[in-house]
Design a protein around this ligand. Structure first.
Ligand SMILES: *Cc1c(COP(=O)(O)O)cnc(C)c1O
Length: 396
């Protein structure tokens, strides 16, 4: 028998059938009005998902990582200083990319499991009286540790320091799943990817740029060609792209926004919070710890579960795949082997999540972890019974 189980990785996510079908389009001329009719609703929809009142959205054939590259190369110049906290694999990789582009990164080393250190960021900005720092890089949801940082608080820290740096936010594993306030938080660049909250296959980098970020494109001198957003602007003005776009993914993106809005953005966020809380209750019932250091940093899209002393988190992921055909996420970088991750974003329901928790319990029992079968599932069941709504029907 071949059965496709749901995945419990923090991207790519499970995909609604309706989105898969929406991606399946016949060949059309991407320079024809038919393509513009597909593109424009997708762009307008992403603006609404970002809560963007002013600025422009760009949808590029790439992934979130390419979105980082587009963000920095379009707005910065070699030798510019950027400020970033390193507190997980994704913040680390963005820092590494900046360094490889010849940027000077002022790094605030932060224990993995903590959120962005807002007080230290504010202090660094205050100390930078000459405004050498051109951008603050933020990882809204550190997917490696299951940690959400406070973007409103970050904006407040930047304002309180009176610093004009651009605010660039990696929202790859938060946007479309957790509240995101592009304009409200004074975000200058937001980066997302198609295969996380938008529930599409991988293949699109999705960016929002504020008017200030758009203005910075004129003076920025880092080399860029394929990702030169000035060329994209010209393409969009003519209803298309300066190259051949992935038409099917763009059609799928427009449909993804339709599904998110049919469910209602607040309901999508509430569903993620509720499902995540059930997972956290399960972890507690197992007697295990989260990597996230405090409740104000709990992520609603991914939960990183610490392995008990003497046990290997990666073994859970390997055995789950081999024996049960179910995918969880491994620990990355500094936390490799120390944890495993449960992804619960995108297409996810109470019932799907319970199957993931039950599978994790079987695997942990198989590996001799001190976890009682049914304990976490029961804790999540109690929580879901008490809070369940039929909110997922719109995404079916
Ligand atoms: C997945 C992810 C990325 C990388 O995106 P790709 O689409 O894999 O290139 C970057 N940042 C965060 C926070 C992510 O979760």
């Amino acid at each position: 028998m071949h059965a496709q189980n749901p995945v419990f990785i923090p991207g790519p996510t499970n995909m609604p059938d309706a989105i898969r079908r929406a991606c399946d389009v016949a060949t059309i001329d991407h320079r024809s009005p038919a393509f513009a009719a597909m593109l424009n609703p997708a762009i307008a929809g992403v603006k609404r998902v970002l809560n963007m009142a002013a600025g422009e959205v760009f949808v590029l054939p790439s992934t979130g990582t390419g979105g980082w590259e587009a963000a920095i190369t379009n707005t910065l110049s070699a030798g510019d200083t950027v400020l970033a906290a390193r507190f997980g694999m994704f913040s680390h990789r963005w820092i590494d990319m900046c360094q490889r582009h010849g940027l000077n990164v002022e790094i605030l080393e932060t224990p993995w499991g903590n959120g962005m250190p807002l007080d230290r960021i504010e202090a660094a900005l205050r100390a930078d009286t000459g405004h050498r720092i051109k951008a603050v890089l933020a990882t809204h949801n550190e997917t490696a540790t299951g940690v959400r940082s406070d973007m409103a608080g970050l904006r407040a820290a930047m304002d309180s320091a009176g610093h004009p740096a651009l605010l660039m936010v990696d929202g790859v594993s938060s946007i479309a799943s957790m509240p995101f306030e592009f304009t409200g938080w004074g975000v200058d660049i937001a980066v997302a990817g198609s295969q996380k909250g938008f529930m599409l296959p991988a293949g699109l980098a999705i960016l929002g740029l504020s008017p200030r970020a758009l203005a910075a494109m004129d003076s920025a001198t880092l080399p860029r060609t394929y990702f030169d957003l000035r060329d994209q602007q010209k393409g969009y003005a003519a209803g298309g792209y300066p190259y051949t776009p992935p038409v099917g993914l763009i059609a799928g993106l427009a449909h993804a926004v339709t599904l998110l809005e049919a469910e209602g953005q607040e309901h999508v966020h509430a569903r993620h919070t509720r499902i995540a809380e059930g997972v956290r209750r399960a972890v507690r019932a197992w007697g295990l710890e989260l990597c996230a250091a405090s409740p104000d940093h709990y992520s609603d899209t991914v939960t990183a579960v610490m392995a008990p002393k003497g046990f290997d988190g990666t073994a859970v992921v390997q055995l789950a795949a081999q024996k049960y055909g179910v995918a969880f996420g491994v620990g990355l970088g500094e936390v490799a082997g120390k944890l495993f991750r449960i992804g619960h974003l995108g297409l996810m329901s109470d019932v799907m999540m319970l199957s993931g928790l039950a599978t994790a319990e079987m695997v942990m029992a198989d590996l001799g972890w001190p976890v009682r079968l049914g304990s976490g599932v029961a804790a999540a069941q109690e929580y879901y019974r008490a809070t369940s709504t039929s909110a997922l029907s719109a995404a079916a």
